[in-house]
Design a protein around this ligand. Structure first.
Ligand code: BT5
Length: 269
């Protein structure tokens, strides 16, 4: 396996506070879980980064799995303490996908877009394929503020075509999509600078929503929303997202539904 060069990361980091404390292990269960463990055991500052080369129990939403062959991907988590009302946590997912899509565009020239609510996708032969997933896990205080959040990002960098995960979601990697290997270090440095700038702006009260909505695919198109629990389905037109990242679904009968990101999967009709 090609190990991630943490020394080079520390030396080249261009951020002011994000990723200034780095934890690395070649293999872990899940970086989200490891970072939470670290933050319970020791005083870990906001902005701390946990990165690995391989996860044995990489997680998606709803206990789904995140699969990536050893040494091929960016698999990392960030500890954040925004101390804002919990509803604002949707901004963190928006910021993560904006930063990932922006870094992919600038490092590879690929036209990365965001698929609501938490995926970064690439167009391959006329179809959108997932290249990056985001898992946000927040801990709230009794009065509903965000005590701490762990923002997990999985980005398929140099996964060869034959090793792409073959699940329900069509996947790709930057290597497969661009035809050349991409430096995980350069990409991570780029993601972190973008994330930090977006986080600083958000902490200053500036919403990522306009930039995020701009990068969304499926807007203006008919979509089907499926609830994870009962499998209830709704079909309508995705007309936009509100300030908190909830999807606005326009139904045929003229009514508009607000769809919370936490509950659903989204498919083009
Ligand atoms: C996500 O969930 O997309 C969030 C994935 C977050 C992964 C990171 S890696 C670092 C950190 N530590 C963790 O343990 N997790 C985070 P969701 O929207 O539920 O999508 C999961 C679905 O994506 C799976 O059910 C598969 O169909 C598909 N999938 C799994 N691995 C994939 C991959 N490498 N590339 C593309 N799709 C994948």
């Amino acid at each position: 396996m090609i190990y991630f060069d943490v020394k080079a990361l520390r030396a080249a980091l261009q951020t002011r506070w994000l990723g200034r404390q780095v934890f690395y292990q070649a293999e872990v269960g899940s970086t989200n879980d490891e970072l939470k463990k670290q933050s319970t055991a020791t005083a870990v500052p906001s902005g701390a980064l946990f990165i690995t080369d391989y996860q044995t129990h990489g997680r998606g939403r709803f206990d789904r799995r995140w699969e990536a062959p050893p040494g091929t991907s960016l698999l990392f988590s960030l500890l954040l303490r925004p101390n804002w009302p919990g509803e604002k946590n949707g901004w963190l997912t928006m910021i993560a996908s904006l930063a990932a899509a922006g870094a992919i565009q600038s490092q590879t020239g690929l036209a990365a877009r965001i698929k609501w609510p938490n995926d970064v996708v690439l167009p391959i032969d006329g179809h959108w394929r997932k290249v990056c997933g985001i898992l946000l896990e927040g801990e709230m205080t009794a009065d509903g503020r965000c005590r701490q959040a762990v923002l997990g990002i999985g980005l398929n960098v140099n996964i060869p075509a034959a090793s792409l995960p073959a699940g329900a979601t069509p996947a790709t990697s930057l290597w497969v999509a661009s035809g050349r290997q991409v430096s995980r270090l350069a990409l991570l440095l780029d993601v972190l600078v973008r994330l930090e700038n977006l986080l600083d702006a958000a902490l200053d009260g500036r919403s990522p929503q306009p930039a995020w909505q701009n990068q969304l695919m499926l807007l203006g198109q008919p979509v089907t929303v499926t609830y994870a629990d009962g499998g209830v389905q709704m079909t309508g037109t995705a007309v936009g997202v509100d300030e908190w990242g909830h999807l606005l679904l326009q139904m045929a009968d003229g009514r508009q539904h607000t769809i919370l990101a936490a509950d659903v999967t989204l498919r083009a009709v």
